[in-house]
Design a binder for this molecule. Sequence first.
Ligand code: MG
Length: 385
Amino acid sequence: MGPVTGLPPLEPLGAVTVGAIELVTVPLRVLRPLRTARVADQGLERDVLLVHVRADEADGWAECVAEASPTYSAEHTKGARVVLSEHLIPRAWAGPTGDAMALGHHLDAVRGHPMARAALELAVLDAQLRAAGRSLADWLGATAASVPAGAALGLHATPDELLEEADVALAAGAARLRVKVAPGRAALPLGALRAHVGDEVVLQADGNGSFSLADPAHVAELMLVDEVGLACLEQPLAADDLVGHADLADRLTTPICLDEPLTSLGTIEAAVALGACEVVCLKPARVGGWIAARAVHDRCVELGVPVWVGGMLETGVGRSANIAVAALPGMTLPPDLDPRRRYEAELAAGTYGADGVVPVPSGPGTGAEPEAALLEGADVEQVPA
Ligand code: MG
């Protein structure tokens, strides 16, 4: 029993007998692109990469959350597919293929590529949990029956456009607004948004590494952002500028949240020890999977560092797995589970909830299975043993 979280260690699960592992690429159309300081236009077509584990006892599914281009992180969809088919899946076949907890050590031989690794591990775990009739949320130790829906608002050309989108997100039930910002497009729109929504609405901002302490205009703008009353300011500086973030954390009253550099428990420990990270954005896929995510959650609670679950551009398959982590007892800020649909067609239904309340899936595994009709147009690559 952990002294702070009260959560027991993860329970071993029965191994499944895996017969086939497939990489399934599904073309989907995006309704709402998300503009950030790093990505101006993602386009409206997106290939979503799924890992499908076919086992005798049950099938398992997981979404690889890497984006089409290596602009948010070094990982991207086509690269992840190569790493999975040529490096990760062959190691899975050579190791304990049907046991996610035992598989990790074999997958760690591959450096980096946490999102690809996470997808393979989760697909195996999903099959094991389905075979055992247990939900991912229950197995991880989730205590909440539902989680709040936090919305992410992209960069806008004018503050008025941001206010319009904020109204739509709040009307959809958003429990907080997280706003993408960039130099010259932070203090003014955030100030307008605060005046528009009032003091009660929880606001966060995300600079995606676009500010620099070497630029006096950037520093001056960040000092103005500090007056908006944000729950946290996420990744204002470059991903590797931990010293700069520690410096900024000393100057601002707004807590500094890190996102991009937090790829493992070790990097989180280092960033917190340096004073660079006062809030953790936990993306399960970016720390290498859901087993690692539970360890990050536990450690954040021990350290007393607020933590919340960030999102990529997940379909219902990926959202479902993120909800399980967002329902853990140590989560302190609303997760990135936008109440507004992102895709024209829903790959897996039931992950949006209503009025800003997202129910935690209670069905076996992640509780999400891709719609058969959408899989008809998918490209399927079987990676042989
Ligand atoms: Mg971010």
